[in-house]
Design a protein around this ligand. Structure first.
Ligand SMILES: Nc1ncnc2c1ncn2[C@@H]1O[C@H](COP(=O)(O)OP(=O)(O)O)[C@@H](O)[C@H]1O
Ligand SMILES: CC(=O)OP(=O)(O)O
Ligand SMILES: [Mg+2]
Length: 412
């Protein structure tokens, strides 16, 4: 008698490593059920915090650890311990792969990829163009590989969805030889979110993705806009690095490039100082000292002028991109808000679309202010262009892509 082969593993652990945080989810792809979710934040500070929530039957509820977690490797080892405590450890034979968000994939990676040494070296080569993100992604991959050397580590790239941009949108108007020699072009980021949210928006409108044109506004700590025509990205606001475009929590977004020469020649700052200024000390935090939209709204309500100006600058930029992408697309079916600010901050949505009635945009203020974890339309039925709030789920999308890659018969 032969024993039947064990069932193929169906679980995916997803790691979304940011500059100072790791978000993670363990999913079972038979039914896309979450088994555990969690977050490690303020990595490298004295006040690090790990919040772990097991979701399996009998899970003991949310657990929290506070105290210093030195780096991303220590963070991941702590996550592995928490999972093991719930019987969901990384040694489980049910684990099919570990999926990693990798922010910069350059020109080479337009699809999810199993990581080997050569792929890892390429991700490392891209560190100068994603200095806040790729190093954390690399540590995540290395640590996961050390914990489970036999498992496929799958990289899912933020840049992948944007590789469909036409050259007219992807190229900067700088000397072609110089640009090509140094691979200077617009790559775009948050692509996993833009892809997921634009598809979910089509569903919400009851249409096929090929039939809708949407403007996606991913407003988290990092923020970007994209123009998606029939399911394909045709323009996006981030460029060579995740610094271009919208005003963000700590990043300036668009500035005249000559600002950097001026800071060097006149203010005497070093290249590294300017990098830190534009990436970490600008945006909302540079304008008013806070990068959390909740705090900014609270200060505005108290009459704080600096917070009001920061908010107005943030909205002005957002509006410019809505207008620009409207023109790029020609016809727009929906403007969609997603990520921490986009999903939660009703005043941001209201201010961003105010005055755009001539473009067919309007809000139902009651619907806009309703709190809900679900995808929803917040414009009145007569509006020519739907305004929608669609929660992003980068982790689910990464798990789907990683699972599809490692299993012959994707269950989607
Ligand atoms: N209830 C809320 N109201 C307004 N803004 C919020 C709310 N909840 C979260 N945010 C904003 O969302 C941001 C985080 O968004 P998120 O998408 O989680 O970012 P990231 O993935 O870049 O860390 C916070 O910095 C805060 O500004
Ligand atoms: C690419 C990027 O900006 O990512 P995040 O918003 O996670 O910082
Ligand atoms: Mg994010």
């Amino acid at each position: 008698m032969t024993t039947p082969p064990p069932p193929a593993p169906t679980r995916i652990l997803v790691l979304n490593s940011g500059s100072s945080s790791v978000k993670y989810q363990l999913l079972d792809m038979r039914n896309a059920a979450r088994l555990a979710v969690g977050l490690v934040e303020r990595i490298g500070e004295q006040t690090s915090r790990l919040v772990h929530t097991p979701l399996v039957d009998g899970g003991a509820g949310l657990r929290e650890r506070t105290g210093p977690i030195a780096d991303h490797e220590a963070a991941l080892r702590a996550v592995a311990e928490e999972l093991a405590a719930d019987g969901l450890g990384l040694d489980s034979p049910e684990l099919a792969a570990i999926g990693h968000r990798v922010v910069h994939g350059g020109l080479r990676f337009s699809a999810p990829t199993v990581v080997d040494d050569e792929v890892l070296a390429e991700i490392e080569r891209l560190v100068p163009v994603a200095p806040l993100h790729n190093p954390a992604n690399i540590t995540g991959i290395r640590t996961a590989r050390a914990l489970r050397p036999d498992l496929p580590q799958v990289a899912v790239f933020d840049t992948a969805f944007h590789t469909t941009m036409p050259e007219s949108a992807a190229r900067y108007a700088i000397d072609v030889e110089t640009a090509d020699a140094h691979r200077i072009r617009r790559y775009g980021f948050h692509g996993t979110s833009h892809a997921y949210v634009s598809r979910e928006t089509a569903k919400l409108l009851g249409k096929a993705p090929e039939d809708v044109n949407v403007i996606v506004l991913h407003l988290g700590n990092g923020a970007s806009a994209s123009a998606v025509a029939g399911g394909r990205c045709v323009d996006t606001s981030m460029g060579l690095t995740p610094l271009e475009g919208l005003v963000m929590g700590t990043r300036s977004g668009d500035v005249d490039p000559a600002v950097t020469f001026h800071l060097r020649r006149v203010a005497g700052m070093s290249t590294d100082d300017i990098d830190t200024l534009l990436n970490k000390k600008s945006g909302l935090v540079g304008l008013c000292g806070d990068n959390d939209m909740r705090e900014i709204r609270r200060r505005i309500d108290e009459g704080d002028e600096r917070a009001r100006l920061a908010f107005d600058i943030y909205i002005h930029r957002l509006k410019k991109y809505i207008g620009a992408y409207y023109a790029v697309l020609g016809r727009v079916d929906a403007v969609v808000f997603t990520a921490g600010v986009g999903e939660n901050a009703a005043p941001v949505r209201a201010a961003a679309v105010a005055g755009l009635e001539e473009l067919g945009l309007a809000l139902d203020s009651g619907l806009n202010e309703e709190r809900s974890p679900h995808a929803r339309i917040v414009s009145p039925p007569y509006a020519r262009v739907a305004v929608a709030v669609v929660p992003t789920d980068e982790e689910l999308e990464i798990a789907r892509q990683a699972f599809a890659l490692v299993s012959e018969d994707s269950l989607d």
